[in-house]
Design a protein around this ligand. Structure first.
Ligand SMILES: Cc1cc2nc3c(=O)[nH]c(=O)nc-3n(C[C@H](O)[C@H](O)[C@H](O)COP(=O)(O)O)c2cc1C
Length: 171
């Protein structure tokens, strides 16, 4: 079993990266990657036709194809995924439309207050389009209160995250 975990954020201090790293830490051998290591220009059909798929996109697809399980923590920007992540998806879908085919995907979202449900619903509907099998999803609200000094301090949330990690491993 190979698990890859990443956040769909380009924020250096990403709370979603913090959350996904925490959950990946519960799964033996899980590898945490950063999408910012795969920088691509804004997608355009013209660029695609003139220059082809960027090497970074090809590398990201190759990396994802080494995994059978994926954990993605998606930030909510204006009720949706960030432009950064949508752009990554647009490029990778041109490289390999089924880039999540047969992969078990655990979805997470960390938000500073009470949001997050809208992007979670959107991701649950969007990612199967690329072949993902969604195992489950959890929105962690009030992240700065719930996560302190590298630890989830809310017992209920911690139990939920442990259960989700177990679920992903056992599915
Ligand atoms: C442009 C923008 C839009 C945002 N929209 C939302 C939103 O719709 N819902 C929400 O809960 N938080 C929203 N936020 C706050 C983010 O949840 C917060 O900045 C969070 O840290 C982003 O996750 P990240 O740190 O992993 O990138 C927004 C932030 C920005 C910069």
């Amino acid at each position: 079993m190979t698990t890859i975990a990443f956040s769909a954020s380009n924020n250096r201090q990403s709370i979603n990266h913090q959350l996904v790293s925490y959950v990946a830490g519960m799964i033996e051998g899980a590898e945490i990657i950063r999408l910012t290591d795969y920088q691509v220009p804004i997608y355009s059909i013209d660029l695609d036709q003139e220059q082809g798929i960027p090497q970074a996109t090809q590398d990201l697809d190759a990396k994802l194809q080494t995994a059978d399980k994926v954990i993605i923590a998606v930030p909510e920007y204006n009720g949706n995924m960030s432009g950064f992540f949508k752009n990554q998806i647009d490029w990778i879908s041109r490289q390999n439309r089924e880039f999540l085919q047969d992969k078990d995907v655990l979805l997470l979202t960390a938000v500073p207050a009470q949001g997050g449900d809208t992007v979670m619903n959107i991701m649950k509907h969007t990612l199967p389009f690329f072949g993902a099998k969604i195992v489950d999803g959890l929105v962690v609200k009030n992240f700065h209160q719930v996560f302190q000094d590298g630890e989830i301090v809310d017992n209920e949330v911690k139990t939920q995250l442990i259960e989700l990690a177990k679920q992903l491993v056992e599915v």
